[in-house]
Design a protein around this ligand. Sequence first.
Ligand SMILES: [Zn+2]
Length: 244
Amino acid sequence: MSTRTWCLETTDRGRYCRLPALTRLGLTHGFSCRDLGSSEADGFLAGILGLQQLPLARLRQQHTSTVHDVSAELVKTPPVGDALVARQAGWALRLQTADCLPLLLVDTRSGHYGVVHAGWRGTLAGVLHQTLQALHSAGSGPGSTWMAIGPGIRACCFEIGTEVVTAFRARWGERTRHWMRPGAGSRPHLDLVAANRFQAAQAGVPAAQVLDTGLCTRCRRDLFFSYRGDGGATGRIITLAGRP
Ligand SMILES: [Zn+2]
């Protein structure tokens, strides 16, 4: 039996998605739906979530494994990077994605939190691994770290080329066969969720503390932008997370 981990919230401007369990763990968050658009979704979401007073930290995302601590300087001049870590409340963290996985992290003991942009390149480069290391080196413990997996392209839809399979095998070894699925065509499919669950487990995060929306952006184009599903030119899902 599987219980739905996510819910849709409806506003007068459009909908967003969240995980009630993550809200209860103290991380205010939302993933914008297609009907919220992209260009003003972050300001609107911040207002709805009650995060509008907080400095909004964003990145120039480039599928790297670079993690940044939030700071006033970073808010002023967003650097290249694909993960943000806040060591205290008072920051709103933002990601934009359309198929790549948005991952949210919160440590219930220290209160530290973070967001991670994990597509295949970032996952290959170990962006989640790097972010968990940054959190844990700053006093968070794996035993009190929770992770949530937002809407992104899933193994059902994520066809990849053999060069990607080869790159994963070179970096992560034979275990990567558990992250590949046969597709309908000749190309394999990549299970980004499995690859990131592995990185979380490797960092000591208990499997029971990984919450997954289970939402595939390509299957659920009724709700979310999908780069592949929309043929490349599309909007972005805005992810916001913060602790006021
Ligand atoms: Zn799918």
